[in-house]
Design a protein around this ligand. Structure first.
Ligand SMILES: Cc1cc2nc3c(=O)[nH]c(=O)nc-3n(C[C@H](O)[C@H](O)[C@H](O)COP(=O)(O)O)c2cc1C
Length: 182
C-alpha cells in the first residue's frame, strides 16, 4: 500500500444520508459483513451479531418501527435500500470481568471497531453509509425479532450515494493530541 493511501481513504469517508434507488449487490453487502467479522475485540469475544435488512416488507417495517415519533429526526434513513442492525451479544467471561473491573463496556468498543470495518469496506466498494444512533431500539428489536435481553446498539444505513457531502469539521491536532503528558 502507498504510504498515504489509507489516510487519504479515511479522509474521504463521509456520512451519506441520500441514496440512489440502485439496489446494493448482495456480494458487496457480504464483503462489508466479512470486514466486520474480521474485527478485533476484547478477549476475541466478538460480541456482535449483524442483521442486514434488504427484504422490502421487512425493511419498511423496520423503518416504521425505528424512525417514528421522537426518532423521526432520522427519517433520512427511510431512503436507504439497506439497513444493517448491530445487536450486542454476550461478551464472554473474561471480557465481561475485564470490563467490570475497568468500568468500561468493552463490548461497545468492540462493536464500534467492527462497525468502522464495515463502513470502510462499504466505502471501498463505492457504497455510502451512515451510522445511526438515534432510533427506537426497542421497536427495532421487535421488528427484527431480536431475542429478549439483547439490544440493537447501532444501525447503519447503506446505499449508493446520491450526494457528495462536504467534510464536517474536526478538532485541530492541538485540541485532540498532546505528547508525553495530557
Ligand atoms: C455512533 C454514531 C452515531 C451516529 N448517529 C447518527 C444519527 O443518529 N443520525 C445522523 O444523521 N448521523 C449520525 N451519526 C453520524 C455523525 O453525525 C457523523 O459521523 C459526524 O457528524 C461526522 O460527519 P462525517 O461522518 O460525515 O465525517 C452517527 C455517528 C456515530 C459514530
Amino acid at each position: 500500500m502507498e504510504p498515504n493511501a489509507l489516510l487519504d481513504f479515511i479522509a474521504q469517508r463521509r456520512s451519506v444520508r441520500k441514496y440512489d434507488t440502485r439496489p446494493v449487490e448482495d456480494e458487496k453487502l457480504m464483503r462489508c459483513i466479512e470486514a466486520a467479522r474480521l474485527a478485533p475485540s476484547a478477549c476475541n469475544s466478538q460480541p456482535w451479531r449483524y442483521v442486514a435488512v434488504t427484504d422490502p416488507a421487512r425493511l419498511a417495517a423496520l423503518k416504521e418501527a425505528a424512525f417514528s415519533g421522537l426518532y423521526s429526526a432520522t427519517a433520512f434513513a427511510k431512503g436507504a435500500p439497506v439497513l444493517v442492525a448491530i445487536v450486542s451479544e454476550k461478551p464472554g467471561l473474561s471480557a465481561w470481568v475485564g470490563g467490570k473491573f475497568r468500568s468500561l463496556p468493552f463490548y461497545l468498543v468492540d462493536i464500534g471497531i467492527s462497525a468502522q470495518n464495515f463502513v470502510l469496506a462499504a466505502q471501498s466498494l463505492g457504497l455510502g453509509t451512515c451510522y445511526i444512533g438515534w432510533f427506537d431500539d426497542q421497536k427495532a428489536a421487535r421488528a427484527l425479532k431480536v431475542p429478549s435481553g439483547r439490544k440493537v446498539e447501532l444501525l447503519i444505513s447503506v446505499g449508493y450515494p446520491a450526494e457528495e457531502p462536504a467534510a464536517r469539521p474536526r478538532k485541530s491536532l492541538r485540541e485532540m493530541f498532546s505528547r508525553d503528558s495530557y
